[in-house]
Design a protein around this ligand. Structure first.
Ligand SMILES: [Cu+2]
Length: 125
């Protein structure tokens, strides 16, 4: 009986370690730095995904949103005033967000395709 308890205890410990190792580790690897793109950069909305879905941009850059899907999407930065709709197959130019969004990291979502259509945006000066 004592031996069974020991084996169970080991199994639980291994499971816990495996879960901890995988926890949210993949988000950062696909992040791209768009601050080097110049005065403006483009984010595409394709197959219910933001492309790129994880990026760093400057608040002084303007942003072009290209919706390549037939469906309506939104580009919504949580906890900021940035919340725009882009109709299917449309392109939308946004002014720089300087003064509207403080530097920091924000969750990007499409209001119409939750959960699933999300990203992460880091804004720098
Ligand atoms: Cu959407």
């Amino acid at each position: 009986m004592r031996r069974l308890a020991l084996v169970l205890g080991l199994a639980l410990a291994v499971t816990a370690a495996a879960c901890g190792g995988d926890g949210g580790g993949s988000a950062a690897e696909d992040c791209v730095d768009l601050t080097t793109e110049g005065d403006s950069f483009t984010v595409r909305l394709v197959d219910n995904e933001f492309v790129p879905s994880c990026f760093t941009a400057s608040a002084s850059q303007s942003l072009t949103l290209v919706n390549e899907d037939p469906a309506l999407h939104s580009f919504t930065l949580e906890d900021t005033p940035i919340d725009v709709d882009i109709s299917g197959d449309q392109t939308l130019d946004l002014d720089p967000i300087s003064g509207q969004v403080a530097p920091g990291t924000y969750r990007l979502i499409c209001k119409y395709h939750q959960p699933g259509m999300t990203g992460e945006v880091t804004i720098v000066e």
